[in-house]
Design a protein around this ligand. Structure first.
Ligand SMILES: [Mg+2]
Length: 432
């Protein structure tokens, strides 16, 4: 493997530039990283500056408490007035492939526009089952541009903070062992999967047998001695029947011990979902059911079996925590690059799901000082001819139109402000 190249980023820290076809979890864990398509390895493209500066800001945010070196803001073409936040599925990617206009939209933000500026951007996704690093490598390959893990906020990002609170946890969803690894990477000390439980007692799920590979990957435990303190649904379940059976067993247990039954049905562990999207956009023509549907189903089943209501918690969009984290990141970035300790005046949030993207951006807009301007695209969940339950500020055909819409709006705002300035100067000249 070739050695990663090092460049000095804007904030004066060393930054790793890793080839997207060679980037691994291990070499990305070393420090601030930008993932680079092979064709841009030797000469950074226009996308490098934003990817690198947001990565540095993210590292500063997550290592808060360590005083950094004061930074002199460099000369830059990147505006600090506004920024973009993109949902990924249905906006940039659909069914594993880039939406045709997405590549062009990124070029426009990275300087190929008539205004002579670059615009910063981040990605805010509910899609789970992968670390921020893995999503970054994937998107860098799909869009063929430089992207940094710091630019990603995933639905399960806030679960990182729960690792302090819970020791033994059940992690549900995703392919194979991936979510166990994501959870362990987040600092969870003892991670159990449904596979471990079926391996210990295969009568748990009468119609489900582990494959040879699953059996080998699953860990040997004696669950009569294990207390599961919390349940985390990190990604979409690959086997609803077994996963729901196991979750239900735990919810009805005494203090998270499998094989026991609570008499009151309120002694089970809490259950957390990394997001609440009921449907999502894939390569199929029609939307497919997702994690939010599993949540609804589980709550209904719990009610049917116990007669009681089940309280569950979901992270991701539209929950406020995701938007607060995005704001903190953009504020840190603006401070580093422009010396201004407040978030950009406007954040354009581009999404395809009214219930999570548009609702979240609109509700957050009402409770903060800066503006969150929601833009709905027609390339994903939302289809023309239906009325979205949550109204965006603008509806456009695709992500390129969304980018143009915001940039034109900002240009008109700046033009209007400069005309007002000119009028004021003229006015004061006449008074004199
Ligand atoms: Mg989406």
């Amino acid at each position: 493997m070739s050695a990663p190249s090092l460049v000095v980023p804007t904030a004066g820290r060393f930054l790793c530039r890793l080839n997207s076809s060679e980037a691994t979890k291990e070499n990305m864990a070393v420090g601030p990283t930008v993932v680079v398509p092979p064709k841009h390895l030797m000469a950074p493209s226009n996308a490098n500056e934003v990817a690198a500066s947001i990565e540095v800001a993210r590292h500063e945010l997550e290592t808060a408490g360590t005083p950094g070196t004061p930074v002199t803001p460099p000369e830059t073409l990147v505006t600090d007035k506004y920024a973009y936040a993109f949902d990924i599925d249905g906006v940039l990617i659909r069914g594993g492939r880039p939406i045709p206009e997405a590549v062009e939209a990124m070029k426009v933000l990275n300087g190929q526009n008539q205004y002579g500026i670059k615009v910063p951007y981040i990605f805010v996704t509910n899609g789970g089952g992968k670390t921020e690093q893995e999503r970054c490598v994937q998107l860098s390959k799909q869009l063929e541009m430089e992207v940094s893990p710091g630019q990603f906020i995933c639905g399960h990002t806030p679960m990182r903070e729960m690792a302090e609170r819970y020791s033994t946890v059940l992690v549900v969803g995703g392919e194979g062992e991936k979510c166990r690894h994501v959870a362990e990477g987040y600092g969870f000390k003892d991670v159990v999967t449904p596979g471990d439980i079926i391996k210990d007692n295969q009568d748990t799920t009468p119609f489900r047998k582990l494959t040879k590979e699953e059996y080998e990957n699953s860990r040997v435990r004696n669950f009569s001695e294990v207390q599961i303190e919390a349940i985390f649904v990190f990604a979409d379940s690959r086997d609803w029947a077994s996963d729901q059976q196991i979750i239900l067993d735990l919810l009805m247990s005494k203090n998270g011990r499998l094989g026991t039954r609570s008499e009151t049905f309120d002694e089970g562990p809490p259950v957390f979902f990394s997001h609440n999207d009921v449907v999502w956009s894939t390569s199929h023509d029609l939307t497919r059911i997702g994690m939010g549907a599993l949540r609804v189903s589980l709550e209904a089943m719990f009610k049917a079996v116990t007669g009681k209501n089940l309280e569950t918690t979901a992270f991701g969009k539209p929950q406020i925590g995701t938007f607060q984290f995005a704001t903190r990141l953009l504020q840190q970035w603006r401070k580093d690059t422009h010396g201004i300790d407040s978030p950009p005046d406007t954040v354009y949030f581009v999404g395809d799901t009214p219930e999570s993207d548009i609702r979240g951006a609109n509700e957050f807009d009402k409770c903060v000082d800066n503006n969150w301007y929601s833009i709905l695209v027609r390339t994903g969940v939302f289809q023309e001819g239906t009325k979205p339950r949550f109204q965006p500020k603008a509806t456009v055909d695709n992500v390129l139109e969304a980018v143009k819409h915001g940039m034109e709006r900002e240009y008109r705002k700046a033009l209007k402000a400069s005309l007002i300035d000119v009028d004021m100067v003229r006015g004061s000249a006449i008074e004199e």
